[in-house]
Write a new protein. Structure first.
Length: 181
């Protein structure tokens, strides 16, 4: 019992043995698997646009209808604006949402990682707004309307942010490739 003065452990030998086995199965070089803190998508739609179509596209992209927030506001000049945000903070679903970019887009992000990764280990990317509404995910190339995406890579002491980001993107690529099959 906890708090007893007998000096014996409150844990049975079986529990202690299982805990020892579990602790020894964790690789020393990588204490925890690569993961994401979150993935966030943001889009802006004018008051003339149907914000529900944009919200549905972001819900499909992130894989969760409940993760969508729509803020209705006005611009400086008074016209209506809709700010649509989709955010996932659970590690597994965040990685799956990153994989929704597709293998080719993830490969491009991996190749441009030095330019896309900031000092807080956040990867930034933009996808084409109109293509997303049509059900196609493609990285934005020009000045047209975009959906801003960012994902924060989890980095622990002793780990390098760029290496962890690359490992996370590679893991997302494997998920994307498996979904294609």
């Amino acid at each position: 019992m906890i708090g007893s003065s007998s000096g014996t452990s409150p844990w049975s030998e079986d529990v202690m043995r299982q805990q020892t086995i579990i602790n020894h199965q964790i690789p020393c070089s990588r204490p925890l698997p690569m993961s994401l803190h979150h993935i966030t998508w943001r889009a802006t739609a004018s008051g003339l646009a149907d914000e529900n179509v944009v919200a549905d596209a972001l819900a499909w992209l992130i894989g969760d209808d409940e993760a969508i927030e729509i803020e209705r506001t006005t611009s400086y000049h008074g016209s209506e604006l809709h700010m649509i945000e989709a955010k996932i903070t659970r590690k597994g679903p965040a990685l799956k949402a990153l994989a929704m970019l597709g293998g080719a887009n993830l490969q491009t992000i991996l190749e441009e990682l030095e330019q896309r990764l900031d000092e807080s280990n956040t990867i930034h990317f933009r996808i084409d707004f109109n293509a997303l509404i049509d059900g196609v995910v493609q990285l934005a190339e020009g000045d047209g309307p975009t959906v801003k995406g960012q994902t924060k890579v989890q980095v622990f002491p002793g780990q390098e942010g760029a290496a962890e980001a690359a490992s996370t993107i590679e893991a997302a690529m494997k998920i994307a490739d498996a979904a294609q099959e």
